[in-house]
Ligand binder design. Structure first.
Ligand code: GAL
Length: 901
């Protein structure tokens, strides 16, 4: 069984499970995603200013700095430099202290003003009646249901993300919780969150991609009513892609004893790694929130984990116990290590296995356990060789990576474990082994998945620093928050074996702003090295020259489009390699090839890469790009051209393609569309032809062949209709209705077989491919008749009845003989019966403005999708029917259960 298929049988350990209580430990961690109330906008009678900070009034960015611009980096916020007429006061004084634990210099930490001027906000009052608000469960994205708008630019996805949203929830805090520390952990809220408990403004966090914690203890009434109110305030013009809106990741309530392992308080590193043994070192920070000094004992046992995360019954080893004396209100750190013999190493498939361990730390006081804390980790050795690339456990691993934004297509930004797993499974099937979390910290569970599945991750923090890309983006808060955001990101993610490097920024304008840009880069890299001395820093640079100061500040040089694309004549790899012989180079962003699934546009370029445009792969009026997979953004290159440039420079560690999946927003080259064209997989999760181009190259040992275009062209009889074949073989013979159109061989730096002179006549195309002269793989493509029926295929026919587990159902239009009808665009209506619900529908068409919540959807080039979930706690059957006028309906049955089976 291929390694990626195995994952489809792995049980989903839902990230949003019930309270996790470890034996003998007072620590409780409960997911509090259920039963929230939500409304948009502030109360109409509101008299209190709830704005985080003054905001500039501009809606267009300032002129971007030019390459020759070496002006000083401004330390002022844009709000200070812009003419603003926003009301004051602002609430940032109450929000800033939330980040104090991530500010290194105590003298720079913030103090909350004593008068909490916003306590009397109507929606924050515990007595406020919110019963008329919408009932929702988290994760929640208030914008994904639409409606789409035709107005303005398409950059942010044309969905209503901007504005204020309020969430309220009653917390379960019993009288028994008196004396405990109570924390609220938010994995991500978009954006400018402010949190009230029982009417008190407790704190918040502006950056929407950050995970953060608030201590609720002083405001809690144990045994009484405790009402949480969260206000988010999403600015317009704040992102280059769809940011989502709302509490779009998981939320947790933590209860612990006053003496406990601090927030993200463990750090595991491994050294001396070989097949025989490895040293595992653990640093544990313990916090004493009691009023007395505490003497504690720390002991840690290490266990091996299986593929689903279950630990083995017996510890493999333990770390020598340590004693700590902790003053009240202080932290203390214990360090220890242990040797693991014959370690099961973590590494990427298919040549290695992603084996994992867990460290279980017990804190005891006077013989009583006061805390137990789990830290999953992996044992692996990384090496970054400037001449040979990335090594994992001594094996050279070429980075076959993709960049992905955080949205999950029709589900929006609302994180869903199963949807993220589906994204990764398809990428792994393609041979992808690396992910760049462009351009922000991902959901924590994404890294749980990359750990389990064995992806290598470039974990990225920022898209902007001080210099803006859009008027209201992160640059507004960068001066106040970059240290807290970066340290929080590093402490959250540094135990994940899948994370192999930290990117401190993407294409920031500071890359060519003289020494001040470099000084800022150095400040960020120094923070990374302080928090994690084991991994390199990088930044993704599209315009930096080897002579600029910034590239010298990072450990790994990340170049965007500078091998093939923006700087292809000549590419910049050799110049950087020569200037920085001690630093590894990677293609941190490559390709930006563009296409619409299943859409073939004629004539076809003879080149191996061509910028898209009128008469160059574009159907301007339909706003579609040809799926011959030869066209790209003006600054980019086709996959073929990038492969060649990577192969010609073997010292480059690999590439991260822009992008693995299509995403909402940034619909280059048609700003009036809703979603991108750059994905290898479309927004609905259907494979574009490009998928097979990458598979052919990245899984060279996997016998496969793929023909394009489809072969149903009644209007092209007698016309030249080029046929291309993507295969992991090196040679192939193409047959049309049994007659050979010739045998072709890939030349040097060629990655596809082309029969550009083929003339269309209906029937069957068949290719027989060869590798090293031996028969390798075959594929065929048949002319379809008219659509006769709908065929439904569920990617899972068994689901957990928990409201989160999903089945993705593909509808294919077929003719009377069962051949897929490639250009069907019929309207489909979905009906559902039984214990399930339709969460969303899509078809992958970047020009579709139909709400994702609609149960009606046109097919796009023969396919459409419905996403189904089981009702919570209601096991049984779900029947889904897809109906299109005049055709035989399609059905699928899904079983939901209360337990994995
Ligand atoms: C890159 C940028 C990405 C995305 C891409 C569009 O330059 O880093 O975020 O904008 O272009 O193709």
């Amino acid at each position: 069984m291929p390694y990626w298929v195995q994952f489809s049988f792995i049980l989903i350990l839902a990230a949003t499970g019930k309270a996790a209580v470890l034996a003998d430990s007072p620590r409780e961690r409960s997911c509090i995603n259920e039963s929230w109330r939500f409304t948009k906008g502030d109360p109409t009678n509101n008299t209190v200013s709830l704005l985080y900070d003054v905001r500039p009034q501009r809606t267009t960015p300032r002129l971007a700095p030019t390459e020759s611009d070496s002006s000083q980096t401004s330390s002022k916020t844009a709000a200070e430099t812009d003419n603003t007429n926003t009301p004051t006061p602002v609430i940032k004084q109450w929000i800033l202290p939330t980040g104090n634990e991530f500010i290194k210099d105590p003298s720079r930490r913030f103090t909350s003003p004593s008068a909490r001027s916003s306590d009397d906000v109507t929606y924050a009052r515990p007595t406020f009646d919110d019963s008329s608000w919408q009932e929702i469960n988290l994760p929640h994205d208030w914008a994904i249901g639409g409606p789409f708008t035709h107005a303005g630019g398409g950059g942010m996805g044309r969905l209503p993300t901007a504005g204020v949203g309020w969430y309220r929830k009653q917390l379960d805090i019993s009288a028994h919780d008196a004396g405990k520390c109570i924390f609220l952990d938010l994995d991500g809220a978009m954006s400018y969150a402010a949190v009230w408990l029982n009417g008190h403004l407790v704190g918040g966090w502006p950056f929407g991609y950050a995970s953060w914690r608030l201590e609720l203890t002083p405001f809690v009434t144990p045994g009484g009513t405790n009402v949480l109110a969260i206000r988010l305030d999403n600015p317009p013009n704040s992102s280059r892609w769809y940011p989502g809106a709302g509490i779009y990741r998981n939320v947790w309530l933590i209860k612990s004893a006053p003496v406990h392992v601090a927030h993200w308080g463990t750090f595991v590193t491994t050294s001396g790694v070989s097949r025989e043994q490895a040293t595992v070192s653990l640093k544990v920070t313990v916090r004493n929130d009691s009023r007395q000094a505490a003497g504690v004992k720390l002991s840690t046992e290490l266990f091996s984990l299986d593929a689903v995360g279950k630990k083995t019954p017996r510890a493999v080893t333990s770390i020598t116990p340590a004693n700590l004396q902790i003053a009240p209100g202080e932290n203390a750190v214990a360090e220890g290590s242990a040797i693991v013999l014959s370690p099961k190493l973590w590494g990427p498939p298919p040549t290695q296995q992603p084996n994992r361990y867990v460290a279980i730390t017990t804190v005891s006081q006077d013989g009583q356990t006061v805390d137990t804390f789990e830290t999953p980790f992996g044992i692996r050795a990384l090496k970054f060789d400037p001449n040979q690339g990335v090594f994992v456990n001594g094996e050279r691993i070429e980075l076959k990576g993709v960049c992905n934004h955080h949205d999950l297509g029709a589900l929006g930004a609302a994180f869903n474990y199963r949807a993220a797993q589906r994204q990764l499974m398809l990428l792994q099937e393609m041979g992808c082994n690396a992910i760049r979390t462009s351009h922000n910290p991902p959901a924590p569970e994404l890294l749980e998945l990359t750990d389990k599945m064995g992806f290598l991750v470039m974990d990225e923090s920022f898209d902007v620093w001080v210099r803006e890309k859009t008027p209201l983006d992160f640059h507004l808060i960068f001066p106040d928050w970059h240290q807290q955001d970066l340290r929080a990101h590093l402490r959250r993610d540094r135990n994940h074996p899948s994370v192999i490097m930290w990117s401190v920024g993407n294409e920031v304008s500071e890359q060519y702003t003289g020494t001040n840009g470099a000084a800022l880069a150095k400040e960020l890299c120094d923070i990374v090295h302080e928090e994690d001395p084991t991994r390199p820093t990088t930044t993704a640079m599209n315009w930096a020259q080897p002579t600029n100061a910034l590239p010298g500040t990072v450990d790994v040089i990340g170049l965007n489009y500078q091998g093939a694309g923006i700087r292809s004549i000549p590419g910049k790899y050799p110049a950087f390699h020569e200037k920085f012989p001690d630093k590894l180079l990677i293609g941190s962003e490559t390709a930006s090839a563009l296409s619409s699934r299943g859409q073939y546009i004629f004539p076809v370029t003879n080149a191996n890469s061509a910028p898209v445009g009128r008469n160059s792969g574009e159907d301007t009026s339909a706003r579609q790009v040809s799926a011959y997979e030869l066209y790209c953004a003006a600054f980019g290159a086709s996959a073929d051209k990038v492969f060649a440039s990577q192969e010609k420079h073997p010292y480059v560690g690999g590439e991260f393609v822009w992008t693995g999946w299509d995403y909402l927003g940034e619909p280059t080259p048609f700003d009036s569309s809703r979603s991108s064209y750059s994905g290898i997989i479309d927004l609905a999760g259907f494979k574009k032809d490009r998928f097979y181009l990458y598979q052919a190259h990245w899984r060279a040992d996997f016998p496969m062949a793929h023909i394009l275009p489809h072969w149903t062209w009644p209007e092209r009889v007698g016309q030249v209709t080029p046929v291309h074949v993507f295969t992991s073989g090196d040679e192939g013979e193409l047959f049309l209705n049994g007659k050979s159109l010739g045998r072709k061989k890939k030349g040097p730096y060629e990655y596809r077989l082309r029969w550009d002179e083929a003339v269309y006549t209906p029937g069957t195309l068949k290719v027989v491919t060869y590798k090293a002269g031996k028969r390798w793989a075959t594929a065929s493509m048949r002319t379809a008749g008219t659509a006769a029926a709908l065929k439904l295929e569920a990617d899972r026919d068994k689901l957990l009845a928990n409201g989160r587990d999903l089945s993705f159902i593909t509808v294919t239009f077929v003719d009377a003989g069962g051949t897929p009808v490639p250009r069907a665009d019929n309207r489909v209506h979905f009906d559902i019966e039984g214990q399930g619900e339709i969460v969303a529908t899509d078809n992958g068409d970047p020009t579709s403005f139909e709400s994702f919540e609609s149960h009606d959807r046109n097919a796009f080039n023969g396919l459409c999708l419905a996403i189904i979930r089981g009702k919570t706690g209601r096991p049984g059957k779900i029947h889904i029917t897809a109906i299109a006028e005049g055709l035989k309906a399609g059905t699928a049955t899904i079983h939901t259960g209360l337990e994995n089976n």
